[in-house]
Design a binder for this molecule. Sequence first.
Ligand SMILES: Nc1ncnc2c1ncn2[C@@H]1O[C@H](COP(=O)(O)OP(=O)(O)OP(=O)(O)O)[C@@H](O)[C@H]1O
Length: 262
Amino acid sequence: MISIQNVRYYRNQKDILKNVSWKVEKGQHWSILGLNGSGKTTILDIINGYIFPQYGTVEVLGNVFGKSYIPDVRKEIGLVSSSLQHKIKDYETGLSVVLSGKFASIGLWQAVEQEEVQQALNFMQLLGCEHLEDEEYGVLSQGERQRLLIARALMANPKILILDEPCNGLDLLAREELLEIINTLSAKADCPTLIYVTHHVEEILPCFTHTLLLRKGEVFAQGPSKDLLTEATLSKFYNHPVSVQVEQNRTWLALKAKEQIK
Ligand SMILES: Nc1ncnc2c1ncn2[C@@H]1O[C@H](COP(=O)(O)OP(=O)(O)OP(=O)(O)O)[C@@H](O)[C@H]1O
């Protein structure tokens, strides 16, 4: 699905990604975990062909970047990010936001078939936001917007769906509801490959079979989530001792208090 080999990307003589190699196979769902400034967004921009690394190779869905027509590759990738969230106009209705995903447009400018409307309503039902059909986007809560944007991304039938910090700005209940929906989506036979980007370990659902730990522009570790989300690995990753609790198949993290650190 995605193969990045020895990628280096720098700006103003500063390395932003250093020797990054990462492979995503069909059937896997990945989380990308990293602190602020670790290079998560830069990797996403590279996968989407918005920026090109100075060194290394990038292949997405069999398309080698540099030898492929990037707009065609992008059609196969759904991206839900805060920058997309800000581009949607306040007056758009929930339904038109979702429908516009069919045409990869901001705003709905084309006539739509009844079949497409039904498809949009089905995705809205899957995301638990069918009641927002006639609501204006501008008045919606953050959690409601995220649901619409995920439904919107699914309209294009993407092979890869990138969720870039989708729980940002959500309260505890809204976050858990959205995670539950993502979990349901992941269980569907036709679910795209999911790439879930986050700062928070506890958001890594069991459906994210694999995790990429990114630190200061480098791959700290990658592999099956259950092998990486351990006290030993995460303490090294954060460069601070942490304690780990596993509840409902999710990992919850706390920094160890000074007196607990030997
Ligand atoms: N165009 C650019 N020019 C200079 N520095 C940049 C540029 N783009 C990114 N950076 C720097 O590269 C580093 C990685 O940025 P990136 O946005 O990929 O991190 P991130 O992991 O997504 O961070 P966050 O979690 O805060 O969103 C940061 O230190 C950032 O300031």
